[in-house]
Write a protein that binds this ligand. Structure first.
Ligand code: NAD
Length: 353
């Protein structure tokens, strides 16, 4: 493997550390991109990587993404990410999580973890027995914290409304056709909020039964997972996988707006420009999908200050997302730069780079 600091995704990260605990078999990478705005916040991914270089790439890329996301959300947090290298059988043990908690504690508060792919609220509780630098823990009803999905969905719903106002000049969602890729925690939540607003929906999920059940509940249409990106509609909302906006994906799109919650939607550096060339308005993913991180960061900061933070305060901060997106699009319209380039420049300024 090439030295990690020579990889294209290395971006002057402040700390990159490999931790190995022989007794439990834990192998993990911590990547702290920036501490400029506060402790490095970002979830832990538990994943089997066939090639360990992919684990390093993920840690580097995702931690930079967290710096941008936290800064754009106005949070007092830097950006970081942890990756636990799972074996092919993805076996996760309490001893492994305890060793992982000890490793977080040894970072002295420079890294604060939360759930990401492969990690649950119960895992956070196990880790919290060894370190206090943990968010995403169970909370009482009405308080900040808990499942980030509904807050992420709320921010995306508000972002879609802002995109429809900006691109289509329409203040109402009545009759606006939205094609939703992925009907899980985030996509399902977005669909319910849009349906309540009178939008026309087409839903798709590789779990066809899941999409079908939601389509029945909401009176929506269903498309196959292969066909959803080409569905003629007003808004294509990706809420499943990253890297879907590649050459073929962008060529297939039949919508003037792309706005959804999936992380890392643009497959490569030229794809924002391809969207713009096709006249498609893009909502930068880390700007529109910050509702969940706002929720867990407010939970963590309140509990560490011995205070409480209400769910209403989280909603108030999530409601700032559409205004930020509109500012990005206006700057893009004025400068001719793509929305993703405008957002990256704004984020980098906020982290002092
Ligand atoms: P989830 O696992 O609850 O739902 C994802 C859904 O996508 C599943 O139903 C899955 O079957 C479906 N799916 C997978 N591949 C698909 C494909 N090719 N076509 C159609 N459907 C497909 O996950 P989630 O929490 O809803 O997250 C969705 C996306 O949003 C992810 O990219 C995640 O990184 C991102 N995100 C989530 C949050 C959050 O708060 N949960 C926050 C920020 C970003």
């Amino acid at each position: 493997m090439a030295a990690f600091w020579t990889l294209p995704d290395f971006d002057d990260h402040e700390l990159v550390q490999l931790v190995h605990d022989r007794a439990s078999g834990l192998t993990a990478i911590f990547a702290i991109h920036s501490l400029h705005r506060g402790p490095g916040g970002g979830g832990t991914r538990f994943w089997h990587y066939a090639d360990p270089e992919d684990a390093m790439r993920d840690a580097l890329r995702l931690s930079r993404g967290m710096s941008y996301k936290n800064a754009m959300a106005g949070l007092p947090a830097g950006g970081a990410k942890a990756v636990i290298l799972a074996g092919p059988e993805r076996h996760k043990t309490p001893a492994m999580l305890a060793a992982f908690g000890d490793a977080i504690e040894a970072l002295g508060g420079r890294y604060v973890t939360a759930e990401d792919v492969g990690m649950s609220e119960a895992d956070m509780v196990t880790i919290a027995a060894r370190t206090s630098y943990v968010s995403g823990l169970p909370v009482a009803a009405g308080s900040a914290g808990g499942d980030p999905g509904p807050y992420t969905a709320y921010g995306i719903y508000l972002g879609i409304r802002a995109a429809v106002a900006h691109r289509l000049g329409q203040d109402s969602m009545a009759g606006v056709h939205v094609a939703i890729q992925g009907t899980g925690s985030v996509g399902g939540g977005v669909a319910r909020l849009l349906a309540a607003d009178g939008a026309r929906l087409t839903l798709a999920d590789i779990d066809t039964a899941r999409a079908a059940a939601l389509a029945v509940e909401l009176g929506a249409a269903q498309a196959s997972a292969d066909a959803i990106m080409a569905t003629p509609c007003d808004v294509f909302s990706p809420n499943a996988l990253g890297a879907i906006l590649d050459d073929a994906g962008i060529a297939a799109l039949n919508a003037p707006i792309v706005a959804g919650g999936a992380n890392n939607q643009l497959a490569g550096p030229g794809h924002g420009a391809q969207l713009m060339e096709r006249g498609i308005l893009y909502a930068p993913d880390y700007a529109i999908n910050a509702g969940g991180i706002i929720n867990v960061t407010l939970e963590y900061n309140a509990s560490h200050a011995g205070e409480s933070c209400s769910a209403e305060e989280v909603r108030r901060q999530v409601e700032e997302i559409p205004g930020r997106l509109t500012a990005i699009w206006r700057e893009s319209d004025a400068s001719g730069q793509t929305p993703d380039a405008v957002a990256d420049a704004m984020a980098r300024k906020l982290i002092g780079r």
